[in-house]
Design a binder for this molecule. Structure first.
Ligand code: NAI
Length: 278
């Protein structure tokens, strides 16, 4: 079976890696040749690591032989499933899906890796809304076991079944979700991170103690404020804003400390400062 991934950034190269390691002929497309070059280096390194660690029979070369890296979208025409992992902008995603609609055979299913945009709206932009769904992977893709499979208003059960089988073949677990803001995991996670920020800004405890409390008290590998710094406070603010806008529900109000840190340019680990110094 042939599959394809569009967008070879952080998520796209991980998705393509797991597909290729699961035995699929995989086409990885990006508009930038440099992004493909970077993806190739990352994939080779990560595949090598998995092969060594798990003592697999295969080699990096053997896996990479199944991967075609290209800037030409025509190569995905006969794929069974195309996963898009391009920038998180609705207009860009719709334009890509309309292009894919022309390029691909009628059988091809389009799955979006979006974390916050409406899969229903994407499907409606195509001539095959029954074959458009969400396939939300988690970062880092080769490590994280979960995929949220998101059913849009017009996605068919058959499409969901194909994506469920693909997820299993990629050695991952799926949960089924109806299209809704932030799906399941982030819908629950994001308000928890917000609550940690409220607790912090109310001076109830230090950042270290909040994180230590949640780590030891709820058995999480990382505390909420450190996780927020890792995700990136700018990204987090954008996601929170979209949740608030989409639902209009004041329970999703945004902690002032988050806006303040972002306004100051302190985005967390990537800028060296957030709730912690790095
Ligand atoms: P990224 O910025 O690392 O990669 C995006 C890639 O898409 C870039 O290489 C860019 O050149 C390419 N691209 C842009 N427009 C294109 C087009 N029309 N055709 C082909 N390639 C195009 O982004 P990242 O972080 O990998 O995110 C991709 C998607 O995955 C987004 O929808 C994001 O919301 C979602 N996502 C991201 C997670 C994360 O932790 N970064 C987690 C789960 C989902």
């Amino acid at each position: 079976m042939k599959v394809a991934v569009i967008g070879s950034g952080i998520m796209g190269n991980g998705i393509a890696q797991v597909m290729a390691m699961s035995g699929y002929e995989t086409v990885l497309v990006d508009v930038q040749q440099e992004a493909l070059d970077r993806a190739k280096t990352t994939m080779e390194k990560n595949i090598g690591r998995v092969v060594d660690k798990q003592g697999l029979e295969t080699t990096v070369e053997e896996v990479m032989q199944r991967v075609q890296l290209t800037t030409d979208i025509q190569h995905v025409s006969n794929a069974e499933v195309v996963v898009e992992a391009i920038v998180e902008k609705m207009e860009a995603k719709k334009a890509l899906l309309q292009q894919l609609d022309e390029v691909c055979e009628p059988k091809t299913i389009f799955a979006s890796n979006t974390s916050s945009l409406s899969v229903t709206e994407m499907g409606a932009a195509t001539k095959r809304p029954d074959k458009v769904a969400g396939m939300h992977f988690f970062n880092p893709v080769p490590v994280m076991e979960l995929v949220e499979l998101v059913k849009g208003a017009d996605t068919s059960d058959e499409t969901m079944a194909v994506l469920q089988r693909l997820t299993e073949a990629m050695n991952k677990q799926s949960i089924l979700v109806n299209d809704a803001p932030l799906f399941v995991v982030n819908r629950i996670l994001i308000p928890m991170l917000s609550e940690a920020m409220f607790v912090y800004e109310e001076g109830i405890a230090s950042a270290e103690d909040i994180d230590q409390g949640m780590k030891l008290g709820t058995n999480q590998p990382i505390g909420p404020l450190r996780l927020a710094d890792m995700i990136g406070l700018d990204t987090l603010l954008a996601v929170q804003q979209s949740l608030l806008d989409e639902t209009g529900d004041s329970k999703y109000r945004i902690p002032f400390i988050l806006k303040k840190l972002v306004r100051a340019g302190h985005y967390g680990r990537k800028t060296g400062r957030g709730f912690y110094q790095y």
